[in-house]
Design a binder for this molecule. Structure first.
Ligand code: TEU
Length: 550
């Protein structure tokens, strides 16, 4: 399988990236306009979230036609042009394959509803009485995971929104249809694929109630998932393409199989465990201070576990579903720059392929919305109602959304300090963050110490130093709750990375062998204080030392 260890991938949420035609919605031509910016940043691939025909109930993750472009994003010609222009710059495009479900507006579902047996078998329909869903499972967006269709006297499964009906992967015809979608985009020159919630595609044989949770333990990493993935990849001949699976609530053992060298499934996988360390009792909708010991333990488990298993991680903090990392684990005010850089370095220097989500490279923050009207996301809107029903006040519910909503990452990309932040000439589909006059690309291009420059440096370093791409990882200071430290090692090349989580000074022991290391990267100009092996780190400081032959 191809080695993606020195590649860096940039994620684009087209709706919020750049609006070329002034309708307030980002589009494909808008992406093409920014290719030089992305080339200059140094990224190798662009993962574009779905721009296919869709009612946009879940911003494109409700696909109505896998082979056509939603007019709000442009035309096939615009896409062909984007592919050609990317190719010229040696940037590969990765498309987002939403194969766990389709929109209920998809022709297959419409024909199923119209009574065509063939298409009913494309989905998961179950007989049942109108008052009794087949199981008590909950949708990930709140409420039952089943919807009753009176005209058919049947229920259908939707693990996400009611308009996102789960596909039946046990039906060989479904698998063939989906393979054709991949072949279609391959023929267009697409260089890779991201597979949406692909570890949920294999449903259980027995349908039973879940009295311990929301049902996920029955369909996550399901019985045939590895077989389905192997078949999909093999039959579409994408073994050498960059492929990443989004693995929801997965396990290390499964990820070793999904992305292990032997199994020939995917190049790498996303897991989300490290992004739940501030969920109280595992509940996204209950706020808690981040548990840094848990974060450290998770990184150690996944980094070393995947290394031993000869498997490959996708490294990331941010995506279109996550609040901004600087607002979450960093500091938006006094140490905004320092903390954004520290978090960037912490994740980019680990073992895996790093992903940058648009705006992360300039330290974009959450937008601090204060009214429910500002939110667009279906999950946020649903949970607002659920939180109120549970007895929260409006203010409490809004405080939770301000920290947890997926819209935190979906605000328009901040290009300049102009009105609508250089994203559009008209009012965008979702409100702009309040700080675009300070945080924007143009400003950071002028500043040699900007967060943008730091990301550029990180990307360059991965390409220059094989130890970053391929080195073994080992964690240090595992009992220190203030600092995350690790080494990477490849033959005689070695680097040491330490990061201070705190907005205050922290200390760690520096072993004898690292005392003479050369600093190759940091977020403070002043030298660190090294007092007989006790290293004092500034607030949110990151220090990267190197030794050995390069
Ligand atoms: O997300 C899957 C997923 O489970 C989430 O990250 C989800 O947002 C979270 O569980 C809710 O708390 C993927 C896409 O990234 C997301 O945008 C889609 O809405 C979802 O699948 C359905 O296609």
């Amino acid at each position: 399988m191809t080695d993606f260890s020195n590649k860096v991938i940039y994620q684009i949420y087209p709706k919020s990236f750049n609006d070329s035609d002034g309708d307030g919605i980002g589009d494909l031509r808008g992406v093409t306009e920014k290719l030089d910016y992305l080339k200059d940043l140094g990224v190798d691939y662009l993962w574009l979230t779905p721009f296919f025909l869709s009612p946009q109930r879940d911003n494109g993750y409700d696909v109505a036609d896998y082979r056509n472009i939603d007019p709000m994003f442009g035309t096939m010609e615009d896409l062909d042009n984007l592919i050609a222009e990317s190719e010229k710059r040696n940037i590969g495009l990765m498309f987002d394959m939403v194969f766990n479900h389709t929109s209920t507006s998809h022709e297959w579902f419409r024909r199923a509803l119209a009574g065509e047996k063939k298409y009913q078998d494309y989905y998961i329909f179950k007989e049942g009485s109108p008052n009794q869903p087949p199981t008590n499972w909950q949708s990930k967006f709140g409420g039952s995971a089943w919807e009753y269709v009176p005209s058919l006297s049947k229920w259908y499964l939707h693990l996400f929104d009611v308009t996102q009906a789960d596909l039946n992967w046990e039906n060989p015809e479904v698998k063939e249809e989906l393979k054709e979608v991949i072949r279609f985009w391959k023929a267009k020159g697409v260089k890779g694929f991201r597979f949406d919630v692909v570890n949920l595609i294999s449903k259980p044989e027995i349908w039973e109630d879940d009295f311990e949770g929301d049902g996920r333990r029955f369909y996550t990493d399901g019985p045939h998932v590895h077989e389905y993935l192997k078949e999909l990849v093999h039959d579409t001949e994408i073994e050498e393409y960059v492929t990443v699976g989004e693995m929801s609530s997965t396990t290390l053992d499964h990820c070793i199989r999904y992305s292990g060298l032997e199994e020939k499934e995917l190049s790498m996988c996303f897991n989300f465990h490290h992004l739940k360390v501030d969920y109280k009792n595992g509940n996204k909708w209950e706020l808690m201070e981040p548990d840094y010991m848990e974060l450290k333990a998770l990184f150690e488990k996944w980094q070393t576990g995947m290394q031993i298993g000869n498997a490959w991680n996708a490294l990331f903090w941010c995506n279109h579903d996550q609040p901004r990392i600087v607002s979450r684990l960093g500091n938006e005010e006094k140490y905004w720059k320092e903390s954004a850089k520290m978090l960037a370095g912490m994740i980019h220097l680990m073992r895996g392929t790093p992903y940058i989500y648009q705006g992360e490279e300039i330290g974009m923050t959450n937008p601090h919305y204060t009214s429910i009207e500002q939110y667009v996301d279906v999950e946020s809107r649903n949970y607002y109602e659920i939180l109120l029903k549970e007895g929260k006040t409006k203010a409490e519910a809004l405080e939770i959304l301000a920290a947890r909503s997926r819209d935190n990452s979906r605000t328009p990309m901040q290009w300049t300090d102009e009105r609508y932040c250089g994203f559009s000439k008209t009012e965008p589909w979702i409100p702009v963050s309040d700080n675009f006059d300070k945080i924007n690309v143009e400003r950071q291009k002028q500043d040699k110490n900007s967060i943008l420059k730091f990301y550029k440096k990180l990307i360059m370093l991965r390409k220059e130093k094989e130890v970053i791409a391929k080195g073994n990882i080992e964690f240090m200071e595992t009992e220190n709750a203030d600092v995350l430290a690790y080494t990477r090692c490849l033959g005689k090349q070695q680097i040491f990375i330490c990061c201070n989580f705190r907005g205050a000074e922290s200390q760690m022991e520096l072993t004898q062998e690292w005392m003479s290391g050369t600093k190759i990267l940091g977020n403070y100009e002043v030298n660190h204080e090294n007092n007989h092996g006790l290293l004092t780190l500034h607030p949110y400081e990151i220090i990267v030392l190197e030794k050995g032959e390069d």
